[in-house]
Design a protein around this ligand. Structure first.
Ligand SMILES: [Zn+2]
Length: 105
């Protein structure tokens, strides 16, 4: 099976870039009311090659993949953090005053 026939079996999400109209927020506020961005349809990104909004179905798949990627990055960072125990609280024995630690200075 060559690469071309394999790609037809998968959903292809084009390369994305932040929507230049809303700068990735997905909304715009031309006057007083906030509205869905007309440049990206609320996704916050557009097709990098054409600059056009994506089909809503493809947009959801792209958002899902981005969310999964970011969840994996967060899980990796949490694993990395757990390898380095936090520094002991050097002010732990001090009196708490108005929600803060009183250090005497
Ligand atoms: Zn936009």
């Amino acid at each position: 099976m060559n690469k071309k026939s394999r790609s037809s079996l998968n959903i292809i999400v084009p390369d994305l870039e932040l929507c230049p109209r809303c700068r990735g927020y997905g909304t715009e506020k031309p006057m007083l009311h906030e509205m869905v961005c007309g440049g990206c349809g609320g996704a916050g990104f557009v097709d990098q090659a054409t600059g056009a909004a994506l089909d809503p179905g493809i947009s959801l798949v792209a958002l899902n993949r981005a969310l999964r990627r970011h969840r994996m990055i967060i899980a990796d960072l949490r694993r990395e953090l757990s390898k380095h125990p936090a520094e002991p609280d050097r002010y732990g024995e001090l009196k708490t005053v108005m929600g803060g630690k009183y250090r005497g200075d």
